[in-house]
Ligand binder design. Structure first.
Ligand SMILES: [Zn+2]
Ligand SMILES: [Zn+2]
Length: 238
């Protein structure tokens, strides 16, 4: 299967050529094309992707608002996301946590993650030709982390921050973003050999790419994980 990082920018003001549009991934296997997330940056562009289906992780602007004026294919999202996006003029399909949905040889399974109180989020475990990877652009933690990650060849995670957690609390609920360092720790624990970070925050997008790249590679090396930062247009084969 081929993975194309259509966009790699988080919900931030800065943009560069490498991180130009909101985080979105295109998964291609044989003739099937699935787009994951469609933020405001994709509002006009979504018709150019030629996707067979779009899956949404959560209803935040940088993940779903590109669908405000419609989509060229069915859109899959959880009940909580549809509550927020209910008036969108798209073909609604329901994603239930842990249920597997198969389209043209690609299987997607949603896992709830801790990220937002108002817009509950999921990550997707995606499998094709017996290879699995996990995609989660925004999170503090995966609720059932072991089931989500075990046996995965690749983890694609939240690049909002490298070592300083962006976690806030409201009552007993947490929201925000965990660090790249913490996510690499999960990969080590679950023996996921490779990690790529998308949904890049101001630290990566506005920072010194070479210096930060070296820091991130060192964090990976310490945990035995081969790690890189995605940029718009990057493609990998899995
Ligand atoms: Zn986001
Ligand atoms: Zn979010």
């Amino acid at each position: 299967m081929k993975l194309t990082f259509l966009g790699t920018r988080g919900y931030i003001d800065v943009r560069t050529r490498r991180h130009y549009r909101h985080a979105s991934l295109l998964v291609t296997h044989k003739k099937t094309r699935i787009m994951i997330d469609c933020g405001i940056d994709w509002e006009r562009k979504v018709h150019d992707i030629n996707a067979d289906a779009i899956f949404i992780t959560h209803a935040h602007p940088d993940h779903a608002w590109g669908l405000k004026k419609g989509a060229p294919c069915p859109v899959y999202a959880t009940r909580e996301s549809w509550e927020i996006l209910k008036n969108y003029p798209v073909e609604h399909r329901l994603v239930k946590p842990k249920h597997k949905i198969s389209l043209g040889g690609i299987t997607l399974q949603a896992f709830p993650v801790v990220h937002s109180i108002r817009a509950p989020a999921v990550g997707y475990r995606i499998t094709a030709a017996r290879k699995s990877f996990f995609y989660v652009p925004d999170l503090i933690d995966i609720v059932d982390r072991h089931k989500a990650l075990h046996g995965a060849k690749l983890y694609i995670g939240d690049g909002a921050t490298i070592t300083r957690p962006m976690v806030r609390r409201k009552g007993d609920k947490l929201f925000g973003h965990t660090t790249i360092r913490a996510q690499l720790g999960w990969c080590q624990q679950e023996e996921v050999p490779r990690a790529i970070f998308s949904h890049c925050g101001t630290q990566i997008v506005g920072g010194d790419g070479r210096k930060l790249g070296a820091l991130i590679r060192r964090l990976g090396k310490e945990r035995g994980v081969d790690v890189s930062v995605a940029h718009d247009g990057m493609e990998i084969m899995l």
